[in-house]
Structure formats: C-alpha cells, structure tokens
Design a protein around this ligand. Sequence first.
Ligand SMILES: Nc1ncnc2c1ncn2[C@@H]1O[C@H](COP(=O)(O)OP(=O)(O)OP(=O)(O)O)[C@@H](O)[C@H]1O
Ligand SMILES: [Mg+2]
Length: 364
Amino acid sequence: MARIRCDQLTKRYGHVAAVDRLDLEIEDTEFMVLLGPSGCGKTTTLNMIAGLEEPSDGNLFFDDDVVNFMPPHLREVAMVFQSYALYPQKSVYDNIAFGLKLRRTPRGEIDRLVRDAAEQLEIGHLLDRRPSQLSGGQRQRVALGRALVRKPRVFLMDEPLSNLDASLRITMRTLIKKLHQTMATTFVYVTHDQAEAMTLADRIAVMRDGLLQQLAGPRETYQRPKNMFVAAFLGSPRMNFIEGELESVNGRTLFRRGPLAIVVDGVPGAAASIGREVVLGVRPEDIEVVRDSDDSLQAKVLLVSPLGAEQHLDIMLGDVELIARADKELEVAPGAVLPVHVAARRIHLFDRTTEASLALEVVA
Ligand SMILES: Nc1ncnc2c1ncn2[C@@H]1O[C@H](COP(=O)(O)OP(=O)(O)OP(=O)(O)O)[C@@H](O)[C@H]1O
Ligand SMILES: [Mg+2]
C-alpha cells in the first residue's frame, strides 16, 4: 500500500512537455483514473510512477520518499498494459507464476497464490492452456492475475480494456472494481473512455496537453466541470454548447441568442456577468420535454434515435441544433414541435474566451 504524490512533476521530450508541472496526490488505497484524449500525457505519467521514465523536473513521492530515479523493480508496483504481453510458450499457470518464481517464492506458496488469483478472475479452468488458446478477455485476465499475485504496493493499468469488445469491457470493468475493493491497494488507471473513468474512479484527473484540468470525484467532475474541455469530455452524448450573451430583463437574468432566451437566474456567476459573451452548456438529459408552460421553449425535432432504454432527439432551438435525451415512451417523429424546458440549476455558463466556468469566479 502506498500514497503517491506528484509535485510539479514534468516530463519533456525536446521542447514538448508531455507532462507539465503536475500536482497530484493519490491517497493510499485510492482508485485514481487519469483521463484524457490521445497524447495528453497519461501514459507518460504512469510510466514515471512505474519508474519506466525519469522525470525532467519536479518530484515523485511514494509515501514520504522521493523515488524520481528509483529503478522499477524496487518500487513494488505492478503494471497491466493494453497489450497483454504474455509469454506465448508458457501455460496460463506459468505466466501467472513467472514473477513469483523469479523472486524465489516457495513452490507451495506460488501454487496457492496462482490458484487464488485464477479463482478470483474466473480462469481456474484455463490454467493448462497457452495464451494462443484464449480469447482476448481471458488473456487480459491472465495479465491481471500475473500482476495480482505479486501483491504490489501500487497497481498501474494503462488502457487494459481497450482491446476488448464493448460487452466484455463492461464485465472486466466490474471485475477490476471488485479487485480493488478486495485488495485494498492503490490503483492508478489510465483511460480515454469517460464511462470507464466514471464507473471506476474514486477521483478522476482529467488531463489535456500535459496539463491537469480538474481533479475531483466522478459526480463532481460531471456536475461541476471547471471548463468546457472537461464538460465536453465527460458524458455521452456530450454537453450541448450555445454561444450567446447575458442580459438583465425585469430583474431576471437571461441568456440570449437572437430570439432564443433562457432564464439563468441563480446560475453561479450569471448575475455578475450581465453583458458578457458566454457559452451556455446543457447536458442532453437536462433538456426536459414538458407540457406547454410560460417557461417552455419550442424545439423542432429533426431526428429521433431510439436506443431502447431512452431516445436521443436532434432538435433545433432557435438557430442551434442540440441533442436531447428523452424517455423511451415518448411518441415523437421528425418535424414535430415539442415544448422543452431547461432548468436553471442544470445550466453551466462558461467564458467564451477562456472557456472557464463562471462558477469559478464566484467567491465562496
Ligand atoms: N519517447 C517519446 N519521445 C518523444 N515524444 C514522446 C515520447 N513519448 C511520448 N511522447 C509525446 O508525449 C505526449 C504524451 O504522450 P503519452 O504517451 O503520455 O500520451 P497518452 O495520453 O498516453 O496518449 P494515448 O491515449 O494515445 O496513449 C505526446 O505528445 C507524445 O507524442
Ligand atoms: Mg497512452
């Protein structure tokens, strides 16, 4: 078990900062997810924690020790990659046991650890097979097993599920979450899949171009994104954005774009920003189809996409096209006009230039 602290941790390749002054504290036994698009520095961060890359600047601590240049084998970390990197000539049993044999663990102890791990991963019946005789999901379980038996202080995973098909990813996600609960070990997990991040993480570190954008729990990150990048990265379909201006009419604060006016009374930062050019953000599930009322807006339905559990509607609101999520029971066809409502407490406002949330300007 270990607490990990990145203090202004930086990795430069030539002039490019792959990881740029990262401050990040990972609690003992926490499940931390590093989330961001391709090239944002996730793997580089993980590799520095593993000891596979040396930092260019800043410090990396395990508990209270600086480990910047400590070789990987002394760190007691286990790493699982996207590619399973199994030994093709060895059986599943020997693949899992390999690290333990290297460390001269007694044979009986090895046997117990391997069978325990295989049991947990539900691959107990496959121990005699070679990797080539396994499915992708089974291979990834073997890779997990190999990491598991080493009882690492820290478990590092770099997109371990991205080679698997969608339904297997969900099964394996559940398995990894259970593993974390039973092992009580620090996990650092890299992914570009926001759903994976949301379901697994105690906290999510959202990265972009080597820079940490937001560090918070899944709910907080989803409900109070600090900027448009984070807002757009979490959630599917993604948050709708509308450019416009704030104005004050009869004591109410309105977001206006041409004929479209949305009441934003009480949205953090709104009242102090009259006249400002902003971007209004609203998630698809927060555009509610309602009965006609004073506050409702008229939306023209362009497309209807049924998904079974829900429907996605492409709608025109004023001159902007948005996606709304509707109940599966709603009877609606393209061309229909629906009254919709956007509750002020569900609205996000961002500065149009900096893309930062106006909520950050509100002094607590
Ligand atoms: N050995 C290297 N030499 C030069 N540049 C590198 C090297 N490794 C990574 N980079 C650059 O550093 C940046 C971060 O790379 P990194 O592999 O950490 O991204 P990532 O977030 O893991 O992306 P992906 O989701 O595609 O795996 C990228 O711009 C990448 O091109
Ligand atoms: Mg990567």
